[in-house]
Design a protein around this ligand. Sequence first.
Ligand SMILES: Cc1ncc(COP(=O)(O)O)c(C=O)c1O
Length: 448
Amino acid sequence: MTLIPELQATELLPRVVSTGKSSAKRQKLQTDIEEKLAITECSGDSQPNLTSIISHYLQSLKHYSLRNLGYPTNQDFNYDPLHPLLDFHLNNAGDPFLGSSFSLNSTSFEVSVLNWFASIWEIETSEYWGYVTSGGTEGNLHGILVGREQLPDGILYTSEDSHYSIFKIAKMYRMKCVKVRTLISGEIDCADLKVQALAHKDKPAIINLNIGTTMKGGIDDLDLVIQTLEDCGFTPDRYYIHCDGALFGMMFPFLKQASRISFKKPIGSVTISGHKFLGCPIPCGIVLTRLEYINGLSKDVEVIASRDATITGSRSGHAPIFLWYALKTRGLVGLQNEVQKCIMNAQYLKNRLLDAGIGAMLNKFSNIVVFERPLDYKFSRRWNLACNGNIAHVVVMQHITVQMLDSFVDEFLQQRSISFEEGRFQPICVANDIGAANCACTLHHSIS
Ligand SMILES: Cc1ncc(COP(=O)(O)O)c(C=O)c1O
C-alpha cells in the first residue's frame, strides 16, 4: 500500500511541509504510520495506545474537513443524539416491508424514509418497492438489474459522462452498452441518442439517465429522452429508464423550475446517495422502483423469514436511522433552504473565478463549479479537488462557506501566478470541456 503521508486523512502526525529535502522525513513518517497501525499484538493493544491513535486520526480528519471542496459529501451534520445506537448491531437483511427474523433491525425507520421518497417522486405507497442501499452504486446495480429483468435482451444506453459504476455494471451483467455523446454541459446529446437507438432498433432500450453527472453536473432531459425514444419507434413496453440521481436527485425536488423526476412519467427506478446531499456519516443510498417489477426478481428465504430482493444480504440498520433523522430534523423547508444556499454559493465561486480570469462553468440547477485544472498537484490534493483531464471541480456542499471559497480562490490565484511568472505554464485551453465562452486561455480570452 502506498501512502503519501502528508496528503492522506490517515495522517497521524503533524503536517510536514514538503521541500526537496523532505523525502527522508516523509519516508520516516510513513514508516511511523504503518508501525502504529499494524495489527501485531497477539494479546491486543492497550487502550491508551488505541485512544491515542484514534485521537491523532480525529485531528487529521478535522484538518482535512476544512478544505474538502471536491467531493459531494455534506459534512455539516450533528448526529450526537444517535451515538447510543452504536452500542447495537442493527441489521436489515431482507425485504424492509416484510421485516425479518433478526429482531435488531430498523425496518420501520427504513419504510418511513422510503415512503418520504415515494411521495417526493410521486408514486403511491401501494405501488412502489425500494430499500436503503449501501450507496448510489448499489442503487444503480439494482435499478439496471430490474431493467434487465424486464427487458432481458435490452441494450444499455448511457452517456459518456456517466459515473464509472454504470460501465462496470454493464460489464458485470454482460450487457451490451452503448455510450452516447454529451453536450458541453455534460447532458446527454439526444441527437446522438437518436442515431444510436435507430441503429439498434431491433432490441429494447434500457436507459441510464443522469440526474447530474459526476464531473460537470450535467442533467439529462428526461422528457426529451422519452420523446427521442418514442420518435425512434420505441413504445413504453420496449424501454426502461433508470434515473441515477446520486447528488442532484435529492436537490431537484426543491428547485421550482427544474423538471420533475416522477413515477407519473414512464421511468422504472430512481436512486440517490444518502451520504451526499443529506449528509449521512456512512455511505448509503435509496433505490425505488415499481412494486410490480419486484415479484419476479425476489425469492422467499426461510432462514431470515423474509424475501430476498436486494443486492446485498446483510444491510446497515444504522443507515436508515441516520437518513430518517436527517429528513426529520430539516423538513422540506430546511432542505429547500440548503439547496438554495449551495447553489448561491456555487454562483459566487463561479463569479469569483471568472472575475479573476479563470475559465469556469456552472450549469443551471447545479452546485458543481467546473474550471481549469490547477497545475500544481499538491494544491489540488490540499483542497481535495476532483480532477479529470483538463478540468477540476468544486462541489459546493452545505459545509462550504464563502470564507472557504475566498481562501481557495486566493490560494489558487497565488499558485497560478507563481507558475505563470516562472514562465513554466500558460492557462490550459478548456474550450472543449466547458465551452469557448467560458475558457480563459490566451486564444479564447482574447476572443471573448
Ligand atoms: C452520477 C453518480 N452516480 C453514481 C455515483 C456513485 O455513488 P456512490 O459513491 O454513493 O456509490 C456517483 C458518485 O459520485 C455519481 O456522481
